[in-house]
Design a protein around this ligand. Structure first.
Ligand code: A2P
Length: 262
């Protein structure tokens, strides 16, 4: 007689939740023992629906690969099938985490260079929250320029707090030294750096503010994570600078990935 076994649900336990705004929150869960990943990769996570089927979406892992737990950074979409439920999770709740990491925002997809730009909008910051805590990033690059564009200042809190905590972090602080530069910008609330990062790149404001030369395929690499429009706009900027898109099998000058949205 043959029996069918239920598919292992890969359930993990929520260990902390933090809400930043009515649109953004982060949470941490226990880490599946079998999960090995490269900083910048994503996994499928989700919840069981009432009909006992898993509802899963792609989420970038925001924690570094050396962390005992997994961290995620999420938007709350009002009628989003998953996020409208996920936003209510509490410590002790169960979350499905499929331990099969994938993604293009990995250091192996880029050729060596002097400087790397990490460009995110909104929750597109998540993979970079992992990468900026990875010693390998600072071993490969002399300068890391972290750009995060959000609508208003409150939406920058997650990245701002993380960046501020890094210099004194006992595990990663010494690797970073003075290599990491944070360039936050807002588009709908006044702040020191106003405007979309695409505009600030093209009109020379970013170079002027940070005293950087124009993009150059010899010295610069880019990783980009945001909306499809942002990714396409940056691709055009990279094309114009003579840069090519890289991949795991063919490393080059820049890589892009769509941020989780629903
Ligand atoms: P804007 O306010 O001008 O739309 P969202 O919260 O909708 O995900 O957007 C996050 C941030 O990304 C916002 O500041 C938004 O600016 C910006 N943004 C959206 N599309 C683009 C794009 N194509 N290029 C650059 N920035 C973008």
């Amino acid at each position: 007689m043959t029996t069918t076994r239920p598919i292992a649900p890969h359930t993990q336990t929520v260990t902390s939740v933090r809400h930043y705004t009515d649109r953004l929150f982060s949470f941490r869960v226990t880490r599946p023992q079998s999960l090995r990943f490269r900083s910048g990769e994503f996994v499928m996570i989700g919840l069981m629906e009432d009909n006992n089927k898993p509802l899963l979406r792609a989420y970038s892992i925001a924690s570094p690969s050396w962390d005992d737990e997994l961290e995620f950074y999420s938007i709350k979409v009002k009628d989003g099938p998953l996020t409208s439920k996920l936003k209510n999770i509490k410590i002790g709740d169960e979350l499905i985490v499929r331990p099969k990491p994938v993604g293009t925002l990995v250091l192996d997809a880029l050729l060596p260079a002097k400087r790397i730009y990490l460009i995110a909008t909104g929750t597109g910051f998540a993979p970079f929250a992992s990468l900026i805590r990875d010693p390998d990033l600072y071993e490969r690059y002399d300068e890391v320029i972290l750009c995060h564009t959000c609508r208003d200042l409150a939406e920058l809190d997650y990245s701002k707090e993380l960046v501020n905590s890094l210099p004194t972090d006992p595990l990663i602080g010494e690797f970073i030294g003075d290599k990491l530069t944070y360039y936050p910008t807002t588009t709908r609330e006044n702040s020191i750096n106003m405007g979309r990062i695409t505009k600030l790149l093209v009109d020379g404001t970013l170079s002027k503010d940070l005293n950087l030369p124009p993009l150059n395929p010899e010295t610069d690499r880019l990783m980009v994570c945001g909306s499809i429009d942002l990714n396409n706009d940056i691709k055009k900027i990279c094309d114009a600078a003579g840069m090519n898109e890289g991949s795991n099998s063919s490393p080059s000058h820049f890589v892009v990935e769509k941020a989780f949205v629903g």
